[in-house]
Design a protein around this ligand. Structure first.
Ligand SMILES: NC(=O)c1ccc[n+]([C@@H]2O[C@H](COP(=O)([O-])OP(=O)(O)OC[C@H]3O[C@@H](n4cnc5c(N)ncnc54)[C@H](OP(=O)(O)O)[C@@H]3O)[C@@H](O)[C@H]2O)c1
Length: 323
């Protein structure tokens, strides 16, 4: 299966290395890579774990035409305000009847229903497991293992950068030191204020609601406040009362619609929401037939994000039967 990759940063490189390691067992081959500043690389004796980039393609359309791939993998940075240019990249691939796998939550948070329908119209698959909780099953969990279940809401601690910043402040360090620590781990959005101000969580909340609850919302419709007002002093005060803070995403379906919220909440240290540390994430799905069911990802790194993309690629191998 030939892959054209747009965006080759932390996730793209980890994916290329994973594909290389799994090459004996799985038929995936990166045939072209397009980036913003590094340029474009096409096959022709190129090693795609360490590609040599040439001049950039004039446009994504030209890139996809020359790549001659069956799958477009979209790994550009999140633009939480619009979801672009990733949405246009996805559409350009559908227009060429290419399957799409993305770790970029922009398209799912801003235009999921439209893109899902466009994929169906083009007879291709659209997969995005890594957009929330890296490689831990969330969308595929519901798709493959919870038939007949209706998701009524969810509660999640979904942003690793804010968790690490909060933990740093509990240790008496500054918010900025926590952000730098998260950046060293490769998990921070290109602009860390997207994490701190809650935009990343709002995008994940919108993405989950769009896919699991047919919400048709954008991140702007999530009632969002980030962790910007937390300080080391406030965290010390909470710790003295055996409490802490978490940036929590909540969704609830009521008679008058779906309510979505992101807030820095004060919780007991023993609360399940506070039980995951470091980069670990947690999501509880509240359902009609299965009560509350959870998924936890312990200390994920970019390797798990790459696995989420890889798991979607493996899913494409029998995509025709599960669009
Ligand atoms: N890192 C994680 O652990 C993680 C986890 C879950 C989801 N994600 C999502 O995965 C995506 C990729 O994350 P990352 O950490 O790999 O990002 P990154 O390290 O910042 O890399 C982004 C890549 O996209 C390229 N790019 C930027 N704008 C582009 C454009 N308009 N056209 C073509 N290429 C463009 C950049 O090109 P240059 O190299 O030339 O600048 C770079 O290669 C993001 O949407 C992120 O939210 C990441």
């Amino acid at each position: 299966m030939r892959l054209a990759v747009i965006g080759f940063g932390n996730v793209g490189r980890a994916l290329a290395s994973l594909i290389e390691r799994q090459r004996p067992s799985f038929p995936f081959r990166i045939v072209a890579i397009h980036t913003a500043r590094h340029g474009t690389a096409y096959r022709d004796d190129n090693s795609f774990t360490d590609p040599v980039f040439g001049p950039p393609a004039a446009s994504v359309d030209e890139f996809l035409d020359l790549a001659d791939a069956e799958v477009m993998v979209e790994l550009t940075p999140l633009n939480p305000a619009t979801g672009e240019p990733a949405i246009s990249h996805v559409r350009a691939a559908f227009a060429r009847r290419m399957h799409v796998v993305t770790a970029n939550k922009g398209p799912i948070a801003h235009a999921y229903a439209l893109l899902r329908d466009e994929a169906r119209g083009a007879g291709v698959c659209f997969r995005f497991e890594s957009t929330v909780m890296d490689g831990a099953p969330v969308f595929n969990l519901v798709r493959h293992t919870l038939p007949g279940v209706r998701v009524l809401g969810f509660t999640g601690v979904l942003n690793s950068t804010t968790k690490i910043a909060i933990e740093a402040m509990r240790d008496g360090k500054s918010m900025q030191e926590g952000i730098e620590e998260a950046r060293r781990l490769g998990i921070t959005e290109a602009d860390a204020s997207f994490d701190i101000d809650g935009w990343d969580s709002a995008a994940k909340t919108a993405a989950l609601a769009n896919v699991l609850m047919d919400a048709m919302v954008t991140p702007q419709q999530v009632d969002t406040k980030g962790i910007g007002r937390l300080t080391p002093e406030r965290m010390a005060e909470l710790a003295a009362r055996r409490k802490t803070a978490c940036l929590v995403s909540r969704a609830r379906r009521t008679g008058d619609g779906i309510h979505l919220r992101v807030r820095a909440e004060v919780v007991e240290e023993t609360d399940i929401l506070a039980s995951v540390r470091g980069t670990s994430n947690l999501l509880l799905l509240h359902t009609d037939l299965m009560g509350t069911i959870g998924t936890v990802s312990i200390s994920p790194s970019v390797a798990q994000t790459a696995y989420g993309v890889f798991s979607d690629l493996v899913g494409l191998l029998d995509c025709g039967s599960s669009m």
